[in-house]
Write a protein that binds this ligand. Structure first.
Ligand SMILES: *Cc1c(COP(=O)(O)O)cnc(C)c1O
Length: 374
């Protein structure tokens, strides 16, 4: 039996075809027809007018924040329960993250706390420049009330949809509702280009600026001329070719991940003290990872004991993201919370959820977990 990973890459023959095509046309560079095609196909798929393919989701966030005008001393609101990449770019620009707790319903940013903090900051004359809203584990956040608050005070809403490609929010799509949305094609995400990201937007100026800054901010001139400092952030044409193959099977991949969630939920239904991440009423989650919480008082086991039992059977599982307000690097940062993210972190566990996970392997996970809780 081989090791079962949390979320390994799942690539197929179509990707090889697209990569061969890119090789044979000699576009082995961060420019080329596969890159253009990937952007166009992706934009159509998510219903955003513009898509800019970049080296990573982190780069996409960095560009969005910079173009939003975020600079030294500014404040940016951000979900606390998330991966470091959601907030790291705030600090690249010398700005300060202000962390907001989760709500129980979706595990994402609590709209009541967010709007209250926004109003308080506006009153104090410190209107935040931007707000980064994460759609964690593929569950769309409660976007509408947060978007309304941002619009009322001219705050740029940036959606971190790195885990939510293929999710829905009513008839809309997370990542395509704010001023900017970012996606990730890291090796562990729903689709991969080995590494990469996308910035999507309806704002043509944002897309133009992002392309400009991502290619070293070259002014129009035959010689190399620069009046701003940019970055080398474009995705390579070869990576984009992988992405073209991956999006062909996006729907099937999301269906697979949602299937894991359904089977896990069924299997653990009668286990007291074990609760799967709830699915909010406003849309379909991708269930990028199937996550559960485990009440140690009821189960008599800590999530860490269960993780170690799975590890002993060569199965990878992980705690939930450690809230950023608990991270040593953000010690002293401003945080507004009621302890929801802290409790989720203390009790949570993410289970193997890859779109390539077989039914036999999934059954192995279920059996080991059930045995660990006996
Ligand atoms: C993966 C991830 C990112 C960063 O994407 P990269 O492509 O790895 O830079 C950002 N936010 C969240 C929530 C993620 O899971």
């Amino acid at each position: 039996m081989s090791r079962i990973y949390l979320s390994p890459p799942d690539v197929g023959a179509a990707e090889i075809e697209f990569v061969l095509e890119a090789f044979e046309s000699n576009w082995v560079a961060p420019v080329g027809p596969a890159l253009d095609a990937f952007e166009q196909e992706f934009a159509e798929m998510v219903g955003s007018p513009h898509a800019v393919a970049l080296a990573s989701g982190t780069a996409a966030l960095h560009l969005a924040l910079r173009i939003a005008g975020v600079g030294p001393g500014d404040e940016v609101l951000c979900s606390s329960l998330t991966f470091i990449a959601s907030a790291a770019p705030i600090t690249y620009l010398g700005a300060k993250p202000v962390f907001i707790d989760s709500e129980v319903q979706s595990w994402n940013m609590d709209p009541d706390i967010a709007c209250e903090v926004i109003k308080q900051k506006v009153r104090q004359g410190r209107t935040p420049k931007a707000l980064i809203l994460v759609h964690l584990y593929g569950q769309s956040a409660n976007i509408a009330p947060i978007k309304a608050c941002c619009e009322q005070y001219g705050i740029k809403l940036i959606e971190d949809a790195a885990e939510a490609l293929g999710a829905t929010y009513g008839k809309e799509v997370p990542g395509s509702m704010g001023w900017a949305g970012i996606h990730s094609f890291n090796g562990n995400k729903i689709i991969t280009t080995s590494g990469g990201g996308m910035l999507v937007t309806a704002d043509v100026e944002l897309a133009k600026q992002a392309r400009f800054l991502a290619t070293q901010a070259r002014d129009p001139a035959p010689h190399y001329q620069h009046s701003q400092i940019g970055y080398n952030y474009r995705l390579s044409n070869i990576s984009a070719a992988i992405g073209r193959g991956q999006i062909l099977r996006l729907a099937a991949k999301v269906t697979r991940r949602r299937g894991h969630y359904r089977v896990y939920s069924q299997a653990f239904r009668d286990l007291p003290g074990v609760t799967m991440q709830p699915e909010a009423s406003w849309g379909q989650s991708t269930h990028w990872l199937s996550c559960l919480t485990l009440d140690p008082v009821v189960t008599g086991r800590t999530p860490e004991q269960v993780r170690l039992a799975l590890e002993a059977a060569d199965i990878e599982s992980r705690p939930l993201w450690k809230p950023l307000h608990q991270q040593p690097v953000f010690a002293g940062a401003e945080v507004y919370q009621r302890g929801v993210a802290d409790q989720l972190f203390a009790q949570g566990l993410c289970l193997p959820s890859g779109s390539g996970l077989t039914e036999e392997d999934r059954q192995r996970v279920i059996e080991i977990l059930k045995t660990a809780l006996k």
